[in-house]
Design a protein around this ligand. Sequence first.
Ligand code: NAD
Length: 315
Amino acid sequence: MTKHAVKVSIVGTGLVGSTIAYTLTVKGTASDIVLIDVDKKRAEGEAMDIEHGSPFFPESTIHAGSYDDARGSDVVVVTAGTNQRQGETRMDLINRNASIVTDVANNLKKVCPGAIIVMVSNPLDVMTRVMQDVTGFPAERVIGTGTNLDSARFRYLLSQKFGVDARNIHGYILGEHGDSEFAAWSNVHIAGMNINEASDNFGGIMGDYDYIDIENAARNAAYEIINRKKATYYGIAASASRIVEAIVRNEKSIFPLSVKLDGQYGLKDVYLSLPTIIGENGVERILTPYLSEQEENKLHHSAEVLEQAYEGLKK
Ligand code: NAD
């Protein structure tokens, strides 16, 4: 994809969508960015604000537009929908956002039949499934940011504990992007050492409570941020823009993304996060690393929560 101009459209240009647009512009990931929102003035204002930094960024164009302007997009990022208010869970948004995502999907299937869709709207896993249902696009081309952000938070927290660069810590939060997500401790590695060996190497740094505290802090981070500043957008913009970058540069990078399962760990059709290789065609392969029995049970619990929420939408 990097051989030709890269076009990215963003549907929903509130706090999250506009911050993703800004991040993509600063990094020079796309040559053309289209901003679409029911609030057209908002989209226009965001485009103007971002393009005024153009003398300081890699060359690209950004403008507000309609769905027609999204034709030919390589990637469409969808952030349309309401966000959590204080005290709300992501699942509380389900009915409000399902009708918005259905509307967006009906438009996108007409104008961008070949695009890869990256979903951000919450509750993320169910909204990604609705997008795939309504567009009828192949599941490889409809993915959700999933637990990529939660895993980044997890790695950051471990990096603080160990006093090591977060980029040298590998580990995933898997399952639902929401309250049933879990830390896959079996897969955490630091310099090739598993978490127990790494802890021993660092003088037994991980006490029993640290495992619980770090997992809870990663899971509850959004609530903590929303309590303080009403919304989260920088972390998700870093996560989503990195995913877009890996797609348009055909990197075959691995991220924990919300993908449609097809038999992995005995699960089918539900969207949830597993480590996934992505490139110019979207999902290249969904990976199934070893999980302990307890972790596999947690994955199945997430799948049940998500299946129930999805079935509830049809009633
Ligand atoms: P926001 O209210 O600031 O922006 C939402 C935008 O969507 C608004 O500009 C609104 O006009 C637009 N919109 C509503 N209906 C639309 C439609 N039918 N077509 C086009 N645009 C429409 O909210 P936000 O803080 O930007 O959050 C957006 C979504 O992202 C929320 O659902 C939030 O929960 C989610 N989110 C996800 C993650 C993640 O990790 N996946 C992280 C943060 C936020």
